[in-house]
Design a protein around this ligand. Structure first.
Ligand code: PLP
Length: 393
């Protein structure tokens, strides 16, 4: 059962306006404790400083300079110089992380091709379907951690069928489980990519929730991308929506890194062509807002807001997890982030039962997804208990 998350979220929102008892745990948007979306006042303040020329004109299809260098610096952080020593790097603006994902699928796969994904995943199915692509799955977890054996053996199978393979990895704070790969798992994964030298590997690294990880150094994993051999093209899909809490503004980027210069030249041209033939350009205001926050003097207020928001998200997940484990309500392995999955034998039935009690969740493989990011603590308190009672009715 695939539900349209945005549609269901709107329905839940309408119901909540009439009945405040409704629990809307559907969508990956942060709502503060007062129920307001966004949660970062500095971002809207920054938005209000933009003038007409920074909002109204058509931007360059790829975002132009300085956006491209700013977004690269934002994502690579203090590791940019290290990575630039051995990798060619380019970027293109996209409407949200979604634009970067859709663009990658459109450019690097042909109709009928497979894309390599985990069996528990966010809605990559939709992007694949619109490009007439099929999905090739690996098992996500084994004994509470990432199933690297399945990852490698399934990839090996696919690499025998298809020369160019897009591999989707969503980390940190995997949507929908909230899992984050350990450093050892990450390094092992990079070693696996390097093994498939006869293939063209397109490693699509969806780090939409980069800023929300509980890892000490959110960008340490990125710093290792220079171990990848020339047959690998990494495409980082960056979501400004999640980073800045500006879901409707459609800020995003695709950032390509490779030791093979030709791959990077092709990426530049291909993304411009893809933009022209589909979304045309990313909203100018989104581009200028990233440029605004790339200026060091505008960053302090943002990072303070981000810290608060992150602390709030962590408090919510801690409360839910603690209360869930106290009563034996099982979830998939979880580290941090916007979501968790409560395991259910029949996710569709659990979803419907919860709906009958005005609790809006999303049915997914193996369970129901709870968007903790959108619930204030007072709604999370006791929720695990209610869910357990309802789904076992
Ligand atoms: N990747 C993941 C894992 C997501 O959860 C989302 C949004 O929910 C996105 C990418 C795309 O976000 P957007 O297009 O709003 O930037």
């Amino acid at each position: 059962m695939i539900v349209d998350i945005l549609q269901l979220a709107n329905e839940a929102q309408r119901k909540k306006e009439i009945n405040p008892e409704v629990i809307n745990a559907t969508v990956g948007m942060y709502f503060n404790e007062e129920g307001c979306v966004g949660g970062m006042p500095s971002v809207f303040q920054g938005f209000k400083t933009l003038n007409e020329n920074q909002v109204l004109p058509y931007p360059a299809s790829d975002g132009g300079e300085p956006f491209k260098s700013n977004v690269i610096s934002w994502v690579l952080g203090s590791y940019e110089d290290k990575l630039r020593k051995s990798l060619y790097i380019a970027a293109s603006a996209t409407p949200g992380g979604s634009g970067a994902i859709a663009g990658t699928f459109a450019i690097y796969a042909n109709p009928g091709d497979y894309v390599f994904v985990s069996d528990i995943r966010w809605q990559y199915d939709r992007y694949a379907a619109s490009k007439k692509l099929k999905l090739f799955e690996h098992n996500t977890f084994i004994d509470g951690h990432f199933d690297l054996d399945s990852f490698e053996s399934r990839l090996e199978k696919l690499c025998k069928i298809q020369k160019q393979v897009i591999i989707v990895v969503n980390d940190p704070c995997h949507n929908p489980t909230g899992y984050t790969l350990s450093m050892d798992e990450w390094k092992e994964m990079l070693i696996i990519f390097n093994k498939f030298k006869e293939n063209d590997i397109v490693f699509m690294y969806d780090l939409a929730y980069l800023e929300f990880t509980d890892e000490k150094d959110a960008r340490l994993k990125i710093s290792y991308l220079d171990v990848l051999a020339p047959h690998v093209l990494t495409i980082i899909t960056f979501s400004g929506s999640k980073t800045f809490g500006i879901y409707g503004l459609r800020m995003g980027a695709a950032i390509a890194l490779s030791k093979d210069e030709t791959k990077i030249k092709n990426f530049r041209n291909a993304f411009i062509e893809e933009a022209r033939g589909s979304w045309s350009a990313t909203p100018k205001a989104a581009i200028e807002l990233l440029n605004y926050f790339s200026d060091k003097k505008n960053q302090l207020a943002f990072f303070l807001d981000l810290e608060n928001m992150k602390a709030s998200v962590q408090l919510r997940s801690k409360m839910f997890k603690t209360q869930a484990s106290e009563i034996g309500l099982e979830t998939h392995p979880f580290k941090s982030g916007f979501y968790t999955i409560v395991l259910a034998k029949d996710p569709e039935e659990a979803f419907k039962k919860l709906l009958d009690h005005q609790i809006y969740t999303i049915p997914m493989a193996g369970g129901i997804r709870i968007a903790l990011c959108s619930l204030p603590l007072k709604e999370i308190d006791g929720l695990a208990h209610r869910i357990q009672k309802i789904i076992n009715e």
